[in-house]
Design a protein around this ligand. Structure first.
Ligand code: DAH
Length: 347
């Protein structure tokens, strides 16, 4: 009996030492199997209980159970320590380090310029109008007084779609109605005037398409802003004053505007607009061509059912990319479409 009791303490101490020293959960499990498992050393000792006499058994049983409780307590404690350790980060955290900033996105430079243009026109009572990018020849050309033999209508310049959409108004000149990608936003002038009576005061920002090869100044898709103003007694003076107001807002208060005679089939007289500012001088030029405009042609009014004796108006169209390029000093139009964040985050 004395021999049996003497065995308990050393076995318990050895088991405790191994459990407490286990470096990880796998080692702990191994220690548990070694000592408390069914073939473990402690279990072997318990099996010897049966061989003891009736008098010896209670004291021996009590001693061995107490030792077993100690071992199990040590096991549970070491396990929770190791589980906590496994859940902690490998590297200690330095809470004094600066936080990691989340990158905030930005509006594309073309969107920013478009919004600025729209904001300026809103101040003087214009509203934004919209029209389809997939257009028909009637709205893109015929109704704008652009004859069938005009070079803009050549398949070299315009993307035609193979199947004409059902419901598109047939061309008044060609017998075949053709669907195309609009080459300018001027088509929306027709759509708006056909829908409402004067007065009209709209601007139309939008995407247009041309069969150009991409280079530093051309791209098969780009953006325009169209403007249209129809009322009684509208003059070229109104046109020039309006354009001047908007360009001063966009390009700085010392911006100057110049009109040169030009030809567009939907305006008469027609002009090209040049502007001059610190920005153009930075590009080595006093004057830069920026837009086309003119007084709405009486035939266009006839085409939409307005009486040209009663109504007068002007229209203009300019390229948004060109304005953005001058404003930000960008020398290649293709940069706008590459979506390289190193470019985009500069604006
Ligand atoms: N549509 C012309 C272009 O794409 C620009 C333009 C010129 C629009 C004169 C107009 C205008 O409304 O009156 O080049």
């Amino acid at each position: 009996m004395a021999g049996f009791l003497d065995q308990i303490e050393p076995l318990k101490q050895a088991a405790l030492a191994e459990l407490r020293a286990a470096p990880d959960l796998a080692a702990l499990e191994q220690a548990r199997v070694n000592h408390l498992g069914s073939n473990g050393k402690f279990s072997a000792l318990m099996k010897q209980l049966g061989a003891l006499s009736k008098e010896e058994k209670p004291a021996a049983g009590k001693a061995i159970n107490a030792a077993k409780v100690d071992l199990e307590t040590a096991l549970v404690q070491r396990r929770s320590e190791l589980e906590l350790k496994a859940a902690l980060p490998l590297e200690p955290t330095d809470f004094t380090l600066p936080g990691r900033r989340r990158l905030v996105g930005k509006l594309h430079p073309l969107t920013q310029v478009t919004e600025d243009i729209v904001r300026s026109f809103r101040k003087i009572g214009f509203v934004v109008a919209d029209g389809p990018e997939v257009e028909d020849e009637y709205h893109c050309f015929d109704a704008l007084n652009t004859p069938a033999d005009h070079p803009a209508r050549d398949t070299q310049d315009t993307f035609y779609l193979q199947n004409a959409e059902a419901g598109a108004p047939p061309s008044t000149i060609n017998s075949q109605p053709s669907t195309l990608l609009r080459t300018h936003t001027s088509s929306v002038q027709i759509r708006v005037m056909a829908q409402q009576q004067p007065p009209v005061r709209i601007i139309v920002p939008g995407r247009v398409y041309r069969r150009d090869n991409a280079d530093a100044t051309h791209n098969p898709t780009f953006h325009q802003v169209e403007g249209l103003y129809v009322d009684r007694n509208v003059t070229v003076g109104d046109l020039k004053g309006t354009v001047e107001f908007v360009f001063k807002e966009l390009m700085g208060s010392e911006t100057r505007i110049r009109f040169r005679p030009h030809y567009f089939s939907y305006t008469e007289p027609s002009f090209e607009i040049d502007f001059s500012s610190a920005l153009t001088r930075k590009m080595g030029k006093e004057w830069l061509e920026i837009a086309g405009c003119g007084m709405v042609h009486p035939q266009v009014f006839e085409n939409v059912g307005y009486d040209p004796e009663l109504w007068t108006g002007w229209a203009f169209g300019f390229g948004i990319e060109r304005i953005a390029m001058i404003r930000y000093g960008i020398n290649d139009i293709r940069l706008f479409y590459e979506n390289d964040v190193r470019f985009l985050k500069q604006f």
